[in-house]
Design a binder for this molecule. Structure first.
Ligand code: EPU
Length: 506
């Protein structure tokens, strides 16, 4: 049975489709205990995959997470004529098939379902500029419904660099003869009602365009997010001249050509997913658990750590160098807290819905505001079904609950799904999360990971005994069809729960 769960809200009029099999059954009340390793970052992998189109030869990225969003991006690259193959976590993109082409039109259906498709704009325009001029036709981009998500600042930056933009109801067409360096102020006042925060994918697009533009480009008000830094490092390895990554002023000196990056180049490694890490940390806190999260850089999580400490958890960083982990030891119930999301290094908006679930698990009143996407409230109706009171006034959500009880809820989008999953883990009784396949846009094998932490979660409409689950199947190597809801949500073997060892706590 095919059920349309998420009618057209987003700017692209996108629809989230899922099947009746995408139900998670969650029996809550068990504190999470153990260790979990996060995968590569979705939001770093998407622009890095797109940037691979700008090289003269193949580029291999490592630690590319197996997600429906990364599979969709690879589908887009192939549709444009590139070849792409996966070997474990490594994905090699060869843009040779784009040679001689100057007019690009990524598949409109896929673009309409994937916000990250906007990351193709800069790389494709860069390609067109490097090869004598051309055009990019981009349909309206889709993705999660977080309120208005314009791309005006992407387009204004490209126009400042010599591109011509034609807008129509179905998307934009951007043409260019030769990109020219420019000073672009990305902190220009946004449209009324939108917060003045840097644009992450806008910075990514302009970085790719500036890398091959004639002359110097200065990006003021640039996003400082680690995902932008990862993209910048990849472009540098491809031959770009970039300074100021991680600051709000990035300077780029254009070069005529970019090359591909081989499998051993450290710049081809996708960083660990800080939002996945934050999600498991918050899940630990919401269940009164003890969890060590490996594979993400703790330095990128400090704003999340601060909120968890305010909620009463003991959060510590252990290990050394690139092998540092974060340990969360949480009381039950958590304390109420206040949280406001902001651009990096502030609290990530992509963790705020999950913190909403933590607030619902806390005894008392918490206040949460999203300073990046003020309209990101899709998780609140679901939290109410678990018994929380959640009201929104002047952009601030006030959340309170005196214990959560099991509910039947439907996931409206990726991070809201994570929030409702956490609420189910914290609630008494057995809950059902419908449309749970949306989790696979941003989380690799979430059921397997949660069960390894002792959570009672199963796929299908039955309690967490394993009944009703599809047969266990490992996603096959090299096949994008492997990234399908049923297969990745598939049965996992419960593993013995170990107390988190986190020796050398820094
Ligand atoms: N904005 C404008 N004009 C623009 C672009 C953005 O006004 O041209 C506004 C937005 O409306 C928003 C703010 O600027 O209020 C920031 O938006 P941004 O452009 O940074 O968001 P994005 O690049 O579309 C990426 C992530 C999101 C994440 C945001 C913020 C990808 C593919 N998506 O989106 O990730 O929430 O940055 O960090 O990288 C998610 O993973 O669940 C997710 C939604």
């Amino acid at each position: 049975m095919d059920a349309t769960i998420h009618p057209a809200h987003g700017p692209a009029g996108s629809r989230e489709k899922t099947t009746a099999a995408d139900v998670l059954t969650i029996t809550g009340g068990t504190p999470l205990r153990g260790r979990v390793r996060v995968g590569g970052s979705k939001n770093a992998a998407l622009p890095m995959l797109a940037a691979a189109l700008t090289g003269d030869g193949p580029t291999t990225l490592r630690r590319v997470p197996e997600l429906t969003d990364t599979a969709a991006m690879v589908g887009l690259l192939r549709g444009l004529g590139a070849s792409a193959s996966r070997d474990g976590g490594a994905v090699t993109v060869d843009p040779a098939g784009l040679a001689g082409r100057t007019a690009f039109e990524p598949d409109a259906d896929r673009v309409g379902a994937l916000r990250g498709a906007v990351c193709l704009l800069g790389p494709l325009l860069a390609r067109a500029s490097m090869h004598g001029g051309g055009s990019v036709r981009l349909a309206r981009v889709g993705g999660c419904d977080l309120g208005p998500r314009p791309i005006d600042r992407h387009l204004a930056g490209l126009e400042a660099m010599g591109a011509t933009v034609t807008r129509d109801a179905a998307g934009v067409t951007v043409t260019v003869t030769r990109l020219r360096g420019a000073t672009v102020d990305l902190s220009a006042p946004p449209a009324p009602g939108l917060p003045a925060v840097p644009t992450v994918t806008g910075t990514a697009n302009l970085l790719c365009a500036a890398a091959v533009a004639e002359g110097e480009t200065t990006l003021r008000g640039a996003a400082r997010e680690p995902e932008v830094v990862a993209l910048g490092r990849l472009l540098i390895a491809m031959g770009a001249k970039i300074s100021g990554l991680g600051t709000s002023e990035i300077r780029v000196t254009g070069v005529p050509r970019l090359r591909g990056v081989g499998p051993d180049d450290p710049a081809g490694a996708v960083p660990g997913d800080r939002i996945e890490a934050a999600t498991w940390m918050i899940a630990a806190a919401a269940t009164g658990g003890r969890v060590v999260v490996d594979g993400a850089d703790p330095a990128e999580l400090s704003a999340v750590e601060d909120v968890l400490r305010a909620a009463g958890a003991i959060v510590s960083v252990c290990g050394i160098g690139t092998h540092r982990s974060v340990r969360v030891i949480a009381p039950a119930p958590p304390n109420p807290f206040d949280a406001v999301s902001a651009a990096y290094p502030g609290l990530p908006t992509d963790a705020l819905p999950q913190l909403g679930a933590l607030a619902a698990a806390a005894g008392g009143v918490s206040r949460l505001s999203d300073g990046v996407f003020p309209g990101r409230t899709a998780h609140l109706p679901g939290l109410r079904r678990f018994g929380a009171t959640a009201t929104v006034r002047d952009g601030e959500a006030t959340v309170r609950a005196d214990g959560l009880s099991a509910a039947d809820v439907t996931a409206p989008d990726l991070r809201a799904a994570a929030a409702l999953l956490i609420a189910g883990l914290a609630a008494d009784g057995t809950s059902r999360l419908h449309a749970a396949g949306v989790l696979l846009r941003g989380y690799e094998r979430p059921v397997e990971k949660l069960r390894a932490l002792g959570a009672e979660v199963s796929v299908g409409d039955a309690p967490a005994s394993g009944v009703g689950e599809p047969p266990a199947r490992r996603p096959g190597r090299g096949g994008w069809r492997a990234v399908r809801a049923g297969r990745i949500l598939g049965r996992s073997r419960p593993v013995p729960v170990e107390p988190p060892a986190c020796p050398a706590a820094a």
